[in-house]
Design a protein around this ligand. Structure first.
Ligand SMILES: [Zn+2]
Length: 581
């Protein structure tokens, strides 16, 4: 079975061509290097070649839409490639996978390829609605009483983060909400239906089962870990959030609004220590300390675009166009703690992909997502380590910049610890529970989350109310009706939240392991980079979260109890640093 859009693309591509003859497998790409496809193996080989070519073309186009604001052409690139997204392709790959003489890495490559194509089939089925959503979002603008001209919907998130006045933040949030309710949520409701239908058409019982296969996760177990994490961190999260909210925004925890969180993450009180002009230099200092750089395993350099093009995406991102040889990183430094964090996270992706020497190609970029995110988070974690923060202070002094005091370094650490807890509570608990229900699973399946809800029976038949209660529990302040309208836009396709939440926990484990192996102050030890490259990065995306844990010297599981212990350690390290001397 194939989704409607793929069929439509096929018809459009073949309008003037003669009727295709019988065997639909026979139509290889006209430029294919595979000469004949009389055997199943040759057919699969041709599919791999075509999918890689398509992926590389899309990556280059994405690079230009991200850095230059070029109109996105992703949908157009699928025209003529429908053979990749059919059940026949999935079946052929499954058949090739069964060959007993297949080398382990080849077998894994086929597994990754099949998962990736399955995900694309579902994505293509909703692509029209994604486009409709993008267009609606791009066209929407709101008027704010203190601004002369209408403000684009897409600029509102940044505007809110930069707005010092809490009332203005509230009004901007309310304006966003009118767009959400009137224009965006209805499109997403239709998308949800289409996605569930497409998942069943690929042969899975439902969307949740498909997502579990794609991300190799048992959501029930993950939710149980998430619930335990929320309980274990509740007290320390409340006090830390209360303190940071008072310091940054002059409000207690209970008075916080969702619109305040972006502002809180910007950490405006500490902005003088995070100068945009120094971002790349700091990164270079961090990397060279541990024997890493932005050279690739193929002898090239990671390409960096640090231009200030007005249409460029403001957040840093990495694009592994043809890793390891061609890896690109886009940065548009705006300064501030959150900008530094994003840069370090993305640099983790850049170094990882630039070091991925594993073969075949599918193992470089089609494999496990959670460890990839963990490698990014691991670099970001430098700013929640007092040893790196002290080195960072020396770096600032050497640049002739103001030196942060111990208390100010402690404030940085505390904000990072807060954000890590916030992420884990949000992704491992609230999102997993909410999205299980959104995608059609019964209330019984999120039973472990029920004790954390204020009125579970009220939430059992009302998705918006469920969202409100779950995120109120995660954030520890009560969401109002308006904030609950995020229940459609605050959703990640096929449980990306499962990769994120495991990544945060895994990155903490990486940090523990490196401390154990190389000493607490490992930031000047070049062996660290060698270890990371040899043991983790060179394997591309072929290692599961469990395998990464094992290579780090732990038992083969993602340990959320360790994540909770880490949260307590970080906060006490912040307290100790604050009181030092
Ligand atoms: Zn990332």
């Amino acid at each position: 079975m194939r989704p409607a859009l793929v069929l439509a693309l096929l018809l459009a591509a073949c309008k003037s061509a003669p009727q295709p003859t019988l065997n639909e497998r026979a139509a290889l790409h006209p430029r294919s290097k595979v000469e004949e496809e009389k055997t199943n193996d040759a057919f699969v080989q041709a599919l791999r070649e075509e999918y890689q070519a398509l992926g590389r073309i899309q990556a280059v186009l994405r690079w230009y839409s991200g850095t230059q604001g070029e109109t996105s052409l992703t949908q157009l690139t699928y025209i003529g490639h429908d053979r990749l997204f059919r059940k026949t392709a999935l079946d052929a790959i499954a058949l090739a996978r069964q060959k007993p003489e297949l080398a382990a890495n080849e077998g894994q490559a086929l597994t990754f390829l099949r998962r990736s194509l399955t995900g694309e089939i579902v994505a293509l089925a909703t692509a029209k609605l994604d486009d409709e959503y993008e267009d609606a979002e791009a066209a929407a603008a709101v008027t704010l009483p203190w601004r002369e001209k209408p403000v684009a919907y897409r600029d509102l998130q940044n505007l809110i983060a930069q707005e010092p006045d809490a009332d203005h933040r509230q009004q901007a949030f309310a304006a966003m909400n009118t767009v959400r309710v009137a224009k965006l949520n209805p499109i997403l409701e239709r998308k949800e239906e289409a996605a569930q239908k497409a998942a069943r058409e690929t042969g899975y019982p439902d969307y949740v089962a498909l997502s579990e296969e794609l991300r190799q996760v048992k959501l029930e177990l993950l939710l149980a870990s998430g619930v335990a994490y929320v309980k274990a961190t509740d007290a320390i999260f409340r006090t830390t959030l209360d303190r940071v909210a008072r310091e940054e925004l002059n409000v207690p925890r209970e008075k916080l609004r969702v619109a305040d969180l972006g502002r809180l993450n910007k950490a405006p009180k500490l902005s003088q220590f995070f100068d945009k002009a120094l971002e790349l230099k700091v990164l270079e200092a961090f990397l060279s300390g541990i024997g890493l750089d932005l050279r690739t395993a193929a002898g090239t350099e990671v390409a960096i675009d640090d231009s200030l093009h007005p249409k460029k995406r403001p957040r840093a991102f990495v694009n592994p166009v043809d890793a390891p040889r061609d890896v690109r990183m886009s940065v548009k430094p705006t300064g501030g703690l959150d900008d530094y964090e994003t840069l370090f996270h993305e640099a983790g992706h850049a170094v990882h992909f630039a070091s991925s020497t594993v073969v075949p190609k599918e193992l470089v970029d089609l494999g496990y997502g959670a460890p990839t995110e963990a490698f990014g988070e691991f670099f970001r974690h430098a700013f929640s380590d007092p040893r790196w923060l002290v080195r960072y202070r020396a770096f600032l002094a050497a640049q002739g910049k103001p030196r942060p005091s111990d208390a100010e370094l402690a404030a940085v650490l505390r904000r990072l610890a807060l954000k890590e807890m916030m992420y884990l509570r949000r992704y491992a608990f609230a999102k997993i529970a909410y999205e299980l229900r959104l995608h059609g699973r019964p209330a019984a399946e999120i039973a472990p989350a029920a004790p954390l809800l204020s009125a579970p029976e009220k939430a059992s038949a009302d998705l918006r109310e469920l969202y409100r209660q779950l995120f109120s529990a995660a954030y520890t302040f009560e969401l109002n009706e308006q904030e609950a309208q995020l229940f459609r836009t605050d959703v990640d396709d096929t449980f990306y939240s499962a990769d994120y939440s495991r990544a945060f926990a895994l990155a903490g484990m990486m940090h523990d392991s490196i401390r154990k192996k190389f000493g607490e102050d490992w930031y000047a030890n070049k062996e660290v980079g060698k270890f990371l490259r040899a043991q983790l990065f060179s394997a591309g995306t072929s290692l599961s979260s469990e395998e990464v844990a094992a290579r780090l010297g732990f038992s083969a599981k993602v340990d959320f109890e360790a994540a909770a212990a880490r949260a307590r350690r970080l906060v006490s390290e912040a307290d100790a640093l604050e009181k030092a001397k």
